[in-house]
Design a protein around this ligand. Structure first.
Ligand SMILES: Cc1cc2nc3c(=O)[nH]c(=O)nc-3n(C[C@H](O)[C@H](O)[C@H](O)COP(=O)(O)OP(=O)(O)OC[C@H]3O[C@@H](n4cnc5c(N)ncnc54)[C@H](O)[C@@H]3O)c2cc1C
Length: 428
């Protein structure tokens, strides 16, 4: 069994998808080495190869086995923080540029699918943040105001409208962000790999980067293939799956396990009442759940689980219970798929861009929004690599800050999850 998930996700491999890469069979020298073949690594590789750089991607597993092929396929614009928070935190110039970047992350995905004719099923009918308490509704109102004044296609929903769009009962209202939508995430990451390879990037799968060190003006990446890759620049795009390649990186992140289940394809009457227009939904509970329909009409329902990888089907039972609480009509409908993957969180809820030494970049911490974020970030990383101008990056460079008592956090987080789940239960 693949250690990354319990059973296969529901997502699809396009027949023309790139599955196997080009092994590293001799020492190489390239302009850019990218470690990690998820959305971040591949969007960087695609952008760099398209601009004429020689690129080698080094991926430890198979393509799509990281978070990028396992996720919920919800394409979400924006960051966890609202625009006015970004302005206060980063100041007018950097904050405004970041708001513009964040506003366009969902566009980056859908535009790529359309302009390159990617074989990726997608529905762009919006993303709903559904509010289950008055406080969550007030936050939705505030978010709506802040994005509306900036011209975003967003709207506030009342309880009846959320019930109609989701088929779930019990929400007081919510926020519809029409910039968002859903895609098949595995198809997308595999198609992006195909594009990157077509543009000239060479992708090695089943090859681990085991050491990165400076060699004169270059970097050398030692690999499990037994041959090194020398490069002017290195992008470490390992995110929640980061190991010890870059000192302190994995300890600067809180990698959480996100669990997902998918029902059998829903019967026609349920398809018409549950998410009839195909929106993606995340709800406002402390232990948030998120859901969407798959192209085959399954309900794909996700949320936090235990901290480690699942050990049995029972580790997914809490999700099935949460799903039936929201959708009582799903009682008795079979759950056919269960899987999980790692999401990386940072203490300040912002993605972090590090450059521990000139030419060595590491980016991590998508807070469960990496589909749009990482797709949009790749070209910006290449802008920075080519120009050396930090203003080319949407996020300021920051030092790697390992979290104190990192190893104990997993235990603490399990307790915190149980506590928050209980509070959510009290709120209904
Ligand atoms: C279950 C789940 C549901 C999610 N749902 C959503 C969602 O609906 N919407 C959304 O926007 N985001 C979602 N996310 C988050 C999103 O999937 C991630 O933010 C995004 O995929 C991160 O992309 P990445 O390329 O940075 O990392 P990954 O896709 O994780 O890629 C990192 C890669 O690095 C490789 N690697 C690690 N170490 C090495 C090494 N030493 N050498 C070589 N390779 C190495 C790994 O094998 C892995 O393939 C979800 C995540 C999970 C797990």
């Amino acid at each position: 069994m693949n250690p990354l998930h319990f059973s296969q996700p529901v997502w699809r491999r396009s027949p023309r998808a790139l599955l196997a890469g080009e092994p590293i069979s001799a020492p190489e020298r390239v302009d850019l080495a990218v470690v990690g073949g998820g959305l971040q690594g591949l969007s960087t590789a695609y952008a760099a190869a398209g601009r004429g750089l020689s690129v080698r991607v080094i991926e430890a597993g198979k393509l799509g086995e990281g978070a990028s092929g396992l996720n919920g396929g919800q394409v979400i614009a924006g960051l966890k923080h609202d625009p006015e928070w970004l302005l206060r935190h980063f100041g007018e110039t950097r904050g405004s540029a970041l708001i513009d970047f964040a506003a366009g992350t969902a566009d980056a995905v859908f535009d790529l699918i359309h302009t390159e004719g990617l074989d990726v099923e997608q529905v762009r009918s919006g993303w709903i943040q559904a509010a289950h308490t008055p406080a969550a509704l007030a936050a939705a109102e505030e978010r709506n105001r802040q994005w509306q004044v900036r011209g975003a296609d967003v709207t506030l929903l009342n309880g009846a409208e959320v019930a109609l769009l989701t088929g779930a009962s019990g929400y007081l209202g919510g926020w519809l962000d029409r910039r968002g939508g859903t895609i098949d995430p595995l198809a997308f990451v595999l198609e992006l790999a195909r594009l990157a390879a077509q543009a000239g990037a060479r992708i090695a799968t089943d090859t681990r980067a085991i050491r990165v060190r400076r060699e004169g003006a270059d970097w050398q990446v030692d690999t499990s293939a037994g041959h090194p890759v020398r490069a002017r620049s290195v992008v470490v795009a390992t995110n929640a799956y980061s190991d010890r390649l870059v000192a302190g990186l994995s300890r600067s992140l809180l990698p959480l396990q996100s669990f997902q289940i998918a029902t059998a394809p829903l019967p026609a009457d349920l398809r018409e009442t549950i998410l009839p227009h195909g929106q993606a939904v995340a709800d406002s509970r402390r232990i948030s759940v998120y859901y969407r329909k798959s192209p085959e009409g399954r309900l794909v329902f996700g949320g936090r689980g235990r901290m480690g990888a699942p050990k049995s089907e029972a580790d997914f039972d809490h999700l099935q219970r949460a799903m039936v609480r929201l959708f009582p009509s799903l009682e008795g409908i079979a759950v056919e798929h269960r899987w999980s993957g790692r999401v990386s969180m940072t203490p300040d809820h912002l993605p972090h861009v590090h450059e521990p030494d000139k030419g060595l970049l590491a980016i991590a911490g998508c807070q469960g929004r990496g589909v749009g974020l990482m797709t949009a970030l790749g070209p910006r990383l290449v802008d920075y690599i080519q120009s050396g101008d930090p203003a080319a990056l949407p996020f300021p460079l920051s030092p790697i800050r390992p979290i104190p008592f990192h190893a104990l956090r997993a235990i603490g987080a399990d307790v915190a999850i149980a506590w928050r789940r209980m509070l959510d239960g009290l709120e209904g």
